[in-house]
Ligand binder design. Sequence first.
Ligand SMILES: Cc1ncc(C[n+]2csc(CCOP(=O)(O)OP(=O)(O)O)c2C)c(N)n1
Ligand SMILES: [Mg+2]
Length: 810
Amino acid sequence: MPETAINVTGQLNTAELSFEDFKKIVIQDYRIAYESRQASLIGRREVLTGKAKFGIFGDGKEVAQLAMAKAFKKGDWRAGYYRDQTFMFATGMSNLNEFFAQLYAYPDIEKDPASGGRQMNCHYATRFVNEDGSWTNQAETMNCSADISTTGGHMPRLLGLAYASKLYRQNKQLEYLDKFSVRGNEVAFGTIGNGSTSEGLFFETFNAAGVLQVPMAISVWDDAYAISVPAKLQTTKEDISEILKGFQREKGSNGYEIYKVKGWDYVALCETYERAIALCRAEHVPVLIHVIEMTQPQGHSTSGSHERYKSKERLAWEEEHDCLLQMRKWMIASAVATEAEMDALEVTAKKYVRDVQKQVWAELSNEIVIEINEASHLIERLAQNLPEHDQLYEVIAELRNCIDPGRKDVVAAIRKALRITVKHNTAQKQELITWLASENIKNIKRYNSKLFSETQYSPLNVANVSARYYEDSKFIDGREVLNACFDANFERDKSIVAFGEDVGAIGDVNQGFAGLQTKYGDLRITDTGIREATIIGQGMGLAMRGLKPIAEIQYLDYLLYSINVLSDDLASLSYRTSGGQKAPLIVRTRGHRLEGIWHSGSPLGLILNSMRGLHICVPRDMTQAAGMYNVLLRGDEPALVIECLNGYRLKERLPANVGEFTVPLGKAEILNPGTDITVISYGSTLRIVMEAAVELEKLGISIEVIDPQTLYPFDTENVCGNSLKKTSKLLIVDEDLPGAASAYILQRVIEEQRGYYSLDVQPRTLTAKHHRPPYGSDGGYFSKPSLDDIIEAVYSIMNETDPHRFPSIY
Ligand SMILES: Cc1ncc(C[n+]2csc(CCOP(=O)(O)OP(=O)(O)O)c2C)c(N)n1
Ligand SMILES: [Mg+2]
């Protein structure tokens, strides 16, 4: 018997535990691990026989996960990767039914609560957003943030999940948020493969957690490979804990506790996790648990076989060090169970897993069979008395003969039947169309919904409040308007925090937060290291745990250093969980024209194309920005706000209700009514367009200037399309690349708003040049749209429509 025994609540407690109880616990552990292994084996077969599309499994990693599960408590969080099924089963956060449902892409959150059939298998998540959009009580549940497939991509989020515990423990004003934390006693558990520790995100997260001293426990599952690439080509010294030794805390320093343990040694693993997590939880010391000598019995995934790249010796070693085999041997040697008892357990477990798999497949297949029957019946009815009878029967036969049919086969058959009968309009055809329409609604919900949380708490539902001004309202610097807005909101809502590079002590490089750290404390307004990806991850984790973070990226150009987190993790969160999770993070940054190649960026095309799932706000001045923050801070969806870098010192009028008034998302505004041509622009170029409007007026041209204010959502009230009905001419001005954000706006206006039908002349875009803007005023003039460029672009459109009135300038 080992020195210590473990009970299910995670405490080591030899004194109180009888040998019989101890045996029961160990046998139950082995059963979970063995069932998990069977799930991996059967799962792979299901892919190879074509019922599932792809499989990646946690075989070879089971035993360590049993140990990790014992240390995991209610309120705790996981941010991990695709090897963790045993942990999920052992904690009860998932089960075999859900495992197979996800493998088969079962599009139903009752069956696959993690993703509603949207994610590849072994991508886990617990649901913490109720159907009505409210939060569940996270302090009473074990919590799993939603996995992503990009290796290492979850590390920044892990930092935020851990950092939330620090804020909940240290900021007493947050005690009212007891649905999210019990005085910060929660640990954030991370898992990552040995190969993925080569990613920059791992190192960035690792360092940041050491600085912040947060309860973060990273387990590295080390099987010495990353697909085919061995440790020798991945990690200096082939040993991640060895090279991270400099992070080991010492007397008087911050840092980590670092543990190394073998992945097949059940007893050592249980002891290690118990010790490591107790320290992490009590003292908020981050810990690294490097679990070595893990294996991959079936190789990396269903995409290939590891016999291709592992030596015979390695394969033999893996077989011998299979963690289940080792645990089994130890159980027999220490009289936990006899060989015969183990055999019996394994037979029962094998059958149980097989039965679950068959049941889940049958449930999904039955749903499809019902739809096939209904569709076939309707197509049959349609076929009666039509000359295309035989063709339609062929469609039915094709549908009925499909191997492992899916919903796409049903819908495709109907669409084909409708094409075949395009010349007829019978009652039966209408029936079929109606049935298809009702299936379409269901399929949209299954496959296309929840890009945003879409709840009653959406920022789109925040009540409108107009800005109020007194007669003697002051004109002050734009940055002071923002400062007043943040001040009012920090006063109103204690859960708001802001952090980023230079945000704390000096109140950001443009002083939006000036003086607020002194007023609200450094737990709420906080400086960070230069680490954009983990600034976003920090915000994301906080937002998932009920706080209201504003994560600042100092300049828009540096957003690229966090784009993986923004795009893969934050933007996809609601969609990939079918609305089961949300992270209402506000990302604040500043951009557009200033000076130099890395301080004048306006890459809105890049942003729009990579961050669907975030609201994209491009306020023209600080008052508009304040109104948007007032909305976003009251909503529950993530957003990016890009302030105008060159606008902080321009004078604006301070609204009397600066912390209350709203600028609704998606509400375009006509800044200058006009009759001849519609000019759409946003951000910093708007000011120049307004100057151009004055000059153009002198040339007898009246331009209607529209500011969409947010690019996503875009002009939900068709202000642009309606303007075109009046002017019939369109110019879009921005300082992104040619064919970037301006092309997006064109698609919205010309196609979605049907602006095409109003146009008399080809629509035009005026953008920056293809290269980045060079440093210096002349560089800016020759690279970004200038006043002259705008005037000439408008004029040339007028020239094209009426050359007599507007003769060519050149
Ligand atoms: C960012 C990113 N790069 C590459 C991949 C492709 N990929 C998927 S798994 C994998 C190997 C990961 O190895 P390791 O971290 O050791 O985990 P293991 O699968 O061995 O448990 C790679 C390269 C990916 N999913 N994401
Ligand atoms: Mg590996």
